[in-house]
Design a binder for this molecule. Structure first.
Ligand code: DOR
Ligand code: ZN
Length: 441
């Protein structure tokens, strides 16, 4: 089937063009392409970007399908403009063998809305004691290329050292949830004046920064690559600068919620604001924005973490940490980075697609918008606004921290290998025929 997308600006630059998609590829780009036999999508005033790649998603399958599964999570991803996501290993059972990682890959392909790449666990059962058979998972159907105990830190330095050495030999990536667990016992919020006033046990910045520093040094000596999940503090930014200046092979991601929200929100005691690492202070938010603009932080990753209502609507300290992110990511990046002039649309393509694809070495994602390239792409209306309503998102859970916020920009079309996976807020799968709230053009 041929699709003709009319009047888009590639990367938000230059004159509007038409883009013809045939046989899963970009077949033609230019002004005034004829529409014989093609399904025509009018996209005047809109921007085409390569499909987004999320290195950090929790899809909860297997084990907690009441909160999310691969089908509902894939719908949320497609609606958010994603064509590939990495599903974290903290499932039940844990994704620590090819039995689980192969299932995740195959189920994602069956659903067919987004490539769901399984992340393998670094240690058996996420227990931090024994390395998994990374080689078997890498060689399995899921072709695992990233390993992480995310949710938990690989805190034993000897285990982390061995993991980096082993991963380096296999050509795979270790992604670290940087949290020194001895410094976060009982912690539910950022350690600072706000948590102190509210009587919430604090999670100091040093819990993150001490592990980032340690792992940078371990990676240096192992000549291995290490990726830092959800960087959240100004100090982590300084450490990344230092490590990169030394030539250490370190990369890092930041979440949309850490770019928009700070711990001033905690006073409501609303469990939707609980997340690991916690929302930090406004000064951290500023440092993270600047680091993403400067390339010190390489990419955006959502840490999409669905939880059921009963797991969030309870005492703050008992609420499970985590926030939905897939369907709101682009809009939050536009609000925090594009609108203030910190990133151009060209840069959005870099931090949401090209850089994450390069970090994990995905050959068919984050590709240039050129003839002959695979049609993994997203079209964005930069002038639309919408109001976030958790119950209307495609996820099985509602736990967005952006409830009732009006955000800029909507995803109007997502294509995976030339197939439409989301259009005008609708996707072929998901909890409902999800709509994008009150999207207005
Ligand atoms: O807030 C979080 N939720 N942080 C994590 O590291 C794990 C995640 C989850 O699995 O819910
Ligand atoms: Zn994490």
């Amino acid at each position: 089937m041929t699709v003709l997308i009319k009047g888009v600006r590639l990367y938000g630059e230059g004159d509007p063009v038409d883009v013809r998609i045939a046989d899963g590829q970009i077949a033609e780009i230019g002004p005034g392409i004829g529409s014989e036999d093609a399904e025509v999508i009018e996209a005047a005033g809109q921007i085409m970007l390569p499909g987004f790649v999320d290195l950090h998603t929790h899809l909860r399958e297997p084990g907690r399908e009441y909160a999310e599964d691969i089908e509902t999570g894939s719908a949320a991803a497609a609606l958010g403009g994603y064509t590939a996501v990495f599903a974290m290993a903290n499932t039940d059972p844990v994704a620590d063998s090819p039995v689980v990682t192969d299932h995740v890959w195959r189920r994602g392909q069956q659903v067919g809305l987004v490539d769901v790449h399984p992340v393998g666990a670094v240690t058996v059962g996420l227990e931090g004691k024994q390395l998994t058979e990374m080689g078997l998972m890498a060689a399995g159907a899921g072709q695992v290329r990233m390993f992480s105990d995310d949710g938990i830190c690989v805190h034993d330095p000897l285990i982390m050292r061995r993991a980096l050495e082993y991963a380096s030999g296999l050509g795979v990536l270790i992604a670290q949830h940087a949290e020194e667990p001895r410094l976060t016992v009982g912690a539910v919020a950022h350690e600072g004046p706000n948590a102190a006033k509210l009587g919430l046990a604090g999670w100091p910045r040093s819990a993150e920064e001490s592990i980032v520093a340690r792992d940078a040094i371990l990676a240096r000596d192992a000549r291995a690559r290490v990726h830092i999940c959800h960087a959240s503090t100004a100090g982590t930014v300084e450490l990344l600068k230092w490590a990169k200046a030394q030539g250490i092979l370190i990369t890092a991601e930041v979440t949309p919620h850490h770019l928009l929200l700070d711990d001033g929100r905690l006073s409501s005691y609303d469990g939707r604001n609980r997340v690991n690492p916690p929302l930090r202070e406004a000064s951290d938010v500023q440092a993270l924005r600047q680091a993403l603009a400067d390339g010190v932080i390489d990419c955006v990753a959502t840490d999409h973490a669905p939880h059921a209502e009963q797991e969030k609507c309870c005492e703050f300290a008992n609420a499970r940490p985590g926030m939905l992110g897939l369907q709101t990511a682009l809009s939050v990046i536009v609000a925090t980075m594009v609108a203030p002039g910190l990133l151009s649309w060209r840069d959005v393509a870099r931090v949401m697609s090209e850089a994450p694809a390069a970090i994990v070495g995905l050959p068919d994602q984050g590709r240039p918008l050129e003839v002959g390239e695979p049609a993994n792409l997203t079209v964005v209306d930069p002038d639309a606004t919408w109001t976030v309503t958790g119950s209307k998102l495609a996820s099985r859970s509602d736990n967005t921290p952006f409830e009732s916020m009006e955000l800029p920009a909507t995803v109007t079309l997502t294509m995976l290998r030339g197939k439409v996976t989301a259009r005008e807020g609708r996707s072929p799968a998901g909890r409902s025929e999800a709509t994008r709230g009150s999207a207005t053009a």
